[in-house]
Design a binder for this molecule. Structure first.
Ligand SMILES: Nc1ncnc2c1ncn2[C@@H]1O[C@H](COP(=O)(O)OP(=O)(O)OP(=O)(O)O)[C@@H](O)[C@H]1O
Ligand SMILES: [Mg+2]
Length: 279
């Protein structure tokens, strides 16, 4: 089931990964405890991947994203972006969160998307305006540019946050359970929109979820992690699946296989506890 796939154009010698995570061990030191969040996790993300980190609560998904973003230094292993070790946060790695208060409430939709562009002085005001408006059009919010965040639905706020992150033209977009707080219908719509936007812009995204179905629908490649501390369980190719496949035999088989991977440890532990009398 494990596959190695390059999303870019593969030359004779193959393509170098955009992001290389090698033997990544992450820990938190608190006054009383040393918490190991991930243990020797390795994976490679290629240009244009929709790369999903899938695993149970507490397995270290957010910690991996934080470390890629430059906020949590590894205690072991390395993370390299285009061959360069990550040492600090930077606009080449933009994060989109699940919380709806990630927008600046006192700025309009357009103001929110413009803000990081102007702060980083990437472009002059006119260029920044054109760029921000083009992105708002891509996420279907051009009619709402003068509206304030409190007047938007959760899904619309999430789209502004995505537009704002993409405006910086990051090498990788980092999304930590961005749709988890949305109702089921909005969530599905947002998943579809994200993939449609990807079809247009072909950005590289690392997407965290603990929904198997979301992983299969949003991801082109899925890294399945074990429970705490997170280790790599498997890597799965889901590039061939699309929204129309939900409920199809191929989709449900893969869904079941991934479910089996996620709960294998639990089944093994139960089997041990019951002396192997299982099923
Ligand atoms: N700031 C922190 N201080 C101490 N321990 C932490 C901190 N942040 C996370 N942890 C611990 O590290 C482990 C991994 O946490 P992390 O938030 O990365 O998991 P997760 O996979 O994102 O979980 P969830 O799906 O619930 O968001 C957990 O045991 C958690 O308790
Ligand atoms: Mg998390």
């Amino acid at each position: 089931m494990s596959t190695r796939k390059t999303a870019g154009e593969s030359g004779a010698g193959g393509v170098a990964p955009l992001l290389a995570v090698d033997d990544l061990t992450l820990q938190y030191k608190t006054a009383e405890h040393l918490v190991t969040a991930t243990w020797r996790v390795g994976f490679e993300v290629y240009q244009g991947d929709r790369f999903v980190l899938l695993g149970p609560s507490g397995c270290g998904k957010s910690s991996i994203l934080k470390s890629i973003a430059g906020f949590l230094p590894p205690v072991g292993g390395s993370i390299k972006l285009a061959g360069v070790p990550i040492e600090r946060p930077g606009p080449d790695r933009m994060m989109v969160f699940q919380e709806f208060d990630q927008l600046l409430p006192w700025r309009t939709v357009l103001g929110n998307v413009l803000f990081p562009l102007l702060v980083n002085r990437r472009m002059d005001r006119k260029q920044a305006l054109d760029h921000a408006r083009a992105l708002l059009a891509q996420v279907n919010l051009d009619r709402f540019e003068n509206v304030y965040p409190h007047m938007l639905s959760g899904g619309m706020k999430q789209r502004v946050a995505i537009a704002r992150a993409l405006a910086m033209e990051p090498a990788v977009l980092l999304m930590d359970e961005p749709f988890a707080a949305l109702d089921a219908l909005t969530r599905r719509k947002m998943q579809e929109e994200l993939v449609a936007l990807w079809e247009e812009v072909r950005f590289t995204v690392i997407f965290v979820t603990h929904s198997i179905e979301e992983a299969l629908l949003v991801g082109s490649r899925i890294l399945v992690l074990t429970p705490h501390p997170g280790q790599v369980k498997a890597e799965i190719n889901a590039d061939h699946l699309s929204f129309k496949d939900v409920g199809s035999p191929a989709f449900e088989t893969l869904n079941r296989d991934v479910h089996g991977l996620l709960f294998a440890d639990k089944v093994e532990a139960e089997a041990l506890a019951t002396g192997g009398r299982h099923g």
